[in-house]
Design a protein around this ligand. Sequence first.
Ligand code: PAF
Length: 283
Amino acid sequence: MSAIETIASGTQLRQRLNAVRRSGGRIAFVPTMGNLHEGHLTLARQARQHGDCVVASIFVNRLQFAPHEDFDCYPRTFEADQAGLESCGVNLLFAPDERELYPEQQHYYVQPPAMADDLEGAFRPGFFRGVATVVLKLFNLVQPDAALFGKKDYQQLMVVRNMARQLALPVQIVAGETVRAADGLALSSRNAYLSTQQRTQAGNLYKGLAEIARSIRAGNRDFSLLESDLLQKLDKNQWKVDYVAVRKQTDLQLPTESDRELVVLTAARLGTTRLIDNLEVSV
Ligand code: PAF
């Protein structure tokens, strides 16, 4: 296996990828903020099915963090990430610094629609604007044929997919399944913030979603009750819940009686660590 090539400059990246394109190669892209876990690495392996050249990026994007959030202490583990990506057969790692992606103050943004002000957007104003802006910028630099995003960030996946469709971006958006620990906890870079005791509790977030999914499959359509039951249960066990919501998979709107393709989404905090998760349910 050839060693991964790491590039920090956007111009060099473009030149390198033009050569791939000229020789008829397809490019698959996995954007990340680093501190990679098995969820990212699974996407990186999956990317090989979509491209002859697999590109990953590591860039902690200041634009998607609110001032009180964890931008400064977001775990940066570059060497381990680089080795992990290499072991998954990633060909090129784009690792720009802030001056490369934001050489001047960013005045032009991608403003996502109202759907992005709900759920995560309601608790992290500006988050999806920051994500959509950097993803478009990365797409412009990499010009991938396919880009892979994990379903764990379900609303992010939807925002990116809609942006690609509405702005006619020539890229196929591919969704990767959430990778979970043995107790069901969705893998996330932020799990590293949990104390041992919180980590034991953290598995209950997924268990709660799974219980709602079971109940819906058994015919329960009282979504408000299912949501508030889980909210109360978590509340009693050290969690501070932002939301538990049953939505339509297609557009994350409230389901009607006839909707069958659903997703249960949640965000909740254990101490200062905010975890998100979701589970699709088809009935
Ligand atoms: O999911 C992430 O890691 C980030 O939001 C992304 C898509 C790399 C944009 O910064």
